[in-house]
Design a protein around this ligand. Structure first.
Ligand SMILES: [Zn+2]
Length: 355
């Protein structure tokens, strides 16, 4: 492994360029942000999946989400997890990243040199998507969204129980709970985790409903849901739980729910001041990314001698890895981590029915 590692430094198999994570030997770009012929897509979040390529390769289970977000008529080719395919001089395989439905790590092999890009990933169990799979490699390119020791997650089931208790206590006082969650992944994870506590219907913002339908069609078990129809004036949401994208917070859409209390589900809620600054009544620490311990454990288990980080404050992680003798550095990319930036339009399309 150390021999191929020397050549890595001269001619990296994957390099961060102005187009994305580019593979010259395979003539493709992973998660491109500029015009590209052949792309390989890790998952359907907006900072990774952009409509800029002629051909898209993606994990099979992410194809309905990608079509919904990028366009039904694009050339999107679904490949089952674990099934190798050839691009240029490389062999490429998708492996589950455990981040959202269909999210993939990309394994690229060329002349016995193996690189893995995680995309976004997490290690914690999540009933709404495929479980993370460890993939040994020489070079590991990892996201580092929460790369500080303060970021440690509780199990999702415990957080769901907190959400359930909050909902029930607010119901007892005649309030409506509006829980802000990213529309793709987080919302469906909450709906799946809550099945352990209730079978009550949850009401969805128009941006969350179609993505939830895709999850349901994929066989994910979630609470029953109903899309909020803003045309119905006599709806009473007292005692109900509503899930909406963060962009709807503070918007005119919220006027429909005068008795609402608000909550926000995010890894960023681990930092106490964030909830207050963003004006939510409650914060729930639930993340779709690996925490500090998850990052360290995963890096060690891959056996990689070179570790490159994307989209995060990775200085502490890089220093620690260097002390352990690992060749670690940061790659500059445009991947933001959807917990950083809301990638969901705040508008509710339920009036024009085009979603
Ligand atoms: Zn993501």
């Amino acid at each position: 492994m150390s021999e191929s590692h020397t050549t890595n430094a001269e001619k990296p198999l994957l390099a961060a360029t102005g187009r994305g994570l580019e593979c010259r030997a395979g003539n493709f770009v992973i998660d491109p942000y500029r015009k590209t012929r052949v792309s390989v897509i890790t998952h359907a979040h907006a900072d990774h999946a952009k409509a800029v390529a002629d051909i898209y390769y993606a994990a099979e289970s992410s194809v309905p989400l990608l079509k919904k977000r990028l366009g039904e008529n694009l050339d999107i080719r679904g490949i089952p997890f674990g099934q190798p395919f050839t691009l240029g001089d490389t062999n490429v395989t998708f492996h589950p990243a455990g981040h959202v439905l269909g999210s993939a790590q990309v394994r690229v092999e060329h002349n016995q040199d193996v690189w893995v890009f995680t995309g976004d990933f997490k290690r914690d169990p999540d009933p709404s998507c495929e479980a993370f799979e460890l993939v040994p490699c020489n070079t590991f390119i990892t996201e580092a969204t929460f790369a500080l020791p303060v970021y440690r997650w509780q199990p999702g089931g415990e957080v769901a129980e907190e959400i359930y208790r909050w909902w029930q206590s607010m119901k007892a006082t005649g309030r409506t709970c509006v829980l802000f969650c990213y529309a793709l992944g987080k919302a469906q994870r909450v709906l799946a985790e809550l099945t352990r506590f209730t079978d009550e219907t949850v009401y969805l913002h128009g941006a969350v409903a179609p993505l939830t339908d895709i999850y349901r069609q994929a066989g994910i078990n979630m609470l029953p849901t109903e899309k909020i129809d803003l045309r119905k004036k006599d709806n009473d949401f007292t005692g109900k739980l509503i899930i909406a994208p963060p962009g709807a917070s503070g918007s005119s859409w919220m006027r429909r729910f005068p008795k609402a209390v608000t909550g926000f589900c995010s890894g960023w809620m681990r930092i106490r001041g964030n909830r207050r600054r963003r004006g939510y009544d409650r914060g729930f620490v639930l993340s779709d990314h690996a925490d500090w311990h998850g990052l360290l454990k995963t890096i060690e288990q891959t056996g990689a001698s070179q570790v490159l980080t994307t989209h995060g404050q990775a200085n502490a992680l890089i220093r620690l890895l260097q002390e352990q003798g690992i060749n670690a550095k940061e790659l500059v990319t445009q991947y933001g981590g959807e917990e950083d930036t809301d990638d969901t339009p705040a508008t509710d399309n339920s009036n024009n029915g085009d979603d």
